[in-house]
Design a protein around this ligand. Structure first.
Ligand code: ADP
Length: 397
């Protein structure tokens, strides 16, 4: 449910009726309830007419997310444009009329976040902690690899700088030969090299900032990856208060320094010595925030819409104080087309479970097909969390 809307906000809303979304996957699809609660129409730009968000969009504009011509067309029909995907063509968007009042997050805020190396440099420049890093720009940098590896240490992580997702484009490498071979296979495109972090846990947090500069930080969660793909989220993360403090300080400093209007997802590592490092910043809603749909007063999706449409932010508190949630991604387990009806029915039988099915036409091995969130009042007990994970995964995987 939307938080109560004040009179002033009502006036804003009377002017702002529709939000365009670049990207039409599950993140845009999950904006539907928030949009309805706020009385907003959603317009969606997406490559295929059967992408998930087409089912809920007031109007669909078919085109790739980097196709600024299609974005310009959508702009004629909406008041503001936001993003569910960062694989955009920033220079082309900057050419659009009124681009400085059309896009939230603002394009200037997106600029340092679209490329993994730029992100690392930006974090460094504002004093936010991340792993040691360097870049290889082009084949001309081949002679410098050895020295860079000397600085960073082994093993190290090589990442393509743009368009990586679900661990695609992320390689953990153990020696010089592996590094040069991997880079060669990638056609010597610009890559990020960074120190491999022996993390104790991976964490994530969602943070929103409004037009008026109000900042709302969601609970810090633990994410668990399998083969570099997010498999589970445990909310809240079972970490000491000092770790929560570090994460909240990072999130708040980041959005304030950017002056961003919108929502960001931040992935982090916590080391054995309880030091927090940023892994990645996503300038949009994020898989690690799906639990907010069922567990928090304001979902991450409604929060994004509230921020970009000029409303005050909603409460990020738990719907029921002291409870928690476990979210498990339902990744494609078969290559043939399947709606997994039986498995979904079995998951729905789990007490306090909320099953989301994105309606993707094509099932692919490992593709995010849906997710399930199970609410729990015993999140502090790891055995309770383990039991939920086991129950869900036995019925799915
Ligand atoms: P993507 O952008 O494709 O999600 P990430 O950079 O988030 O890729 O990496 C995916 C996963 O790989 C992370 O969740 C983490 O488990 C692992 N990983 C990435 N970078 C490092 C690192 N520097 N040290 C250790 N593990 C890492």
């Amino acid at each position: 449910m939307a938080a109560a809307i004040s009179e002033v906000e009502n006036q804003v809303q009377n002017q702002l009726k529709s939000v365009g979304v670049v990207g039409g996957g599950q993140l845009a699809w999950m904006m539907a309830d928030g949009a309805k609660a706020l009385g907003l129409e959603l317009l969606v730009q997406t490559p295929n007419a059967d992408d998930p968000a087409c089912a809920i969009a007031h109007r669909t504009f078919i085109g790739g997310v980097a196709d600024a011509v299609v974005t310009a067309k959508m702009a004629q029909y909406c008041d503001v444009i936001t993003f569910e995907n960062e694989f955009i063509d920033l220079p082309a968007l900057r050419q659009l009329t009124d681009s400085d009042r059309l896009f939230y997050p603002q394009l200037d805020c997106l600029a340092p976040l679209l490329d993994k190396y730029d992100q690392r440099q930006y974090c460094d420049s504002i004093g936010l902690p991340s792993p040691r890093f360097a870049t290889l720009q082009s084949k001309a940098d081949l002679p410098f690899i050895e020295a860079l590896v000397g600085d960073i240490g082994l093993p190290l992580v090589l990442k393509t700088r743009r368009h990586g997702y679900d661990g695609q484009g992320t390689f953990i490498l153990h020696n010089l030969a592996q590094i040069t071979q991997t880079w060669q296979k990638l056609g010597y495109q610009p890559v990020l090299l960074e120190a491999f972090v022996e993390f104790e846990k991976e964490l994530a947090v969602m943070v929103a900032r409004s037009f008026s500069g109000e900042v709302a930080v969601y609970p810090v969660v633990e994410t668990q990856q399998v083969d570099q793909v997010c498999r589970r989220v445990i909310a809240p993360a079972q970490v000491p208060p000092s770790v929560v403090d570090q994460v909240e300080a990072i999130a708040t400093q980041l959005v304030n320094r950017l002056g961003v209007v919108g929502i960001l997802g931040i992935e982090l590592f916590v080391t054995k010595s309880q030091q927090v490092l940023i892994n990645e910043i996503a300038p949009r809603t994020h898989n690690s925030g799906h639990y907010t749909l069922d567990a928090c007063n304001t979902s991450q999706f409604e929060q994004q819409l509230r921020a970009v449409s000029g409303l005050s932010l909603g409460s990020t508190d738990w719907k029921v104080a002291g409870t928690g949630a476990v979210m498990v991604n339902l990744l494609g387990t078969e290559t043939r087309v399947s709606d997994y009806a039986e498995k979904r029915a079995a998951l729905a039988q789990i007490p306090n479970a909320f099953v989301y099915w994105y309606g993707k036409r094509q099932a692919r091995l490992g593709r995010k097909m849906g997710h399930v969130t199970v609410l729990t009042d015993a999140i502090q007990e790891s055995t309770a969390v383990e039991a939920i994970i086991q129950t869900v995964e036995q019925r799915w995987y």
